[in-house]
Design a protein around this ligand. Structure first.
Ligand SMILES: [Zn+2]
Length: 64
């Protein structure tokens, strides 16, 4: 049986359960990736907000 372990979130190397990544290099890569994901998410939210504003505008205009 294999001991409980995790895999590096970046390269997949087996690591101790309390670790998230295997090395400083992978940690840096993971932070970079998270930053990119966060930026993408912010853009998606912004586009979504614009759509809601346009939808509200159309709805309100339709009622008048
Ligand atoms: Zn790694």
């Amino acid at each position: 049986m294999t001991k409980p372990h995790r895999h590096c979130a970046v390269c997949g190397t087996p690591i101790p359960p309390k670790e998230t990544v295997c090395s400083d290099k992978c940690e840096k890569l993971m932070i970079d990736r998270q930053r990119k994901v966060m930026r993408t998410r912010r853009i998606i939210y912004a586009v979504f907000a614009v759509f809601i504003i346009i939808w509200l505008y159309i709805m309100l205009r339709g009622q008048i």
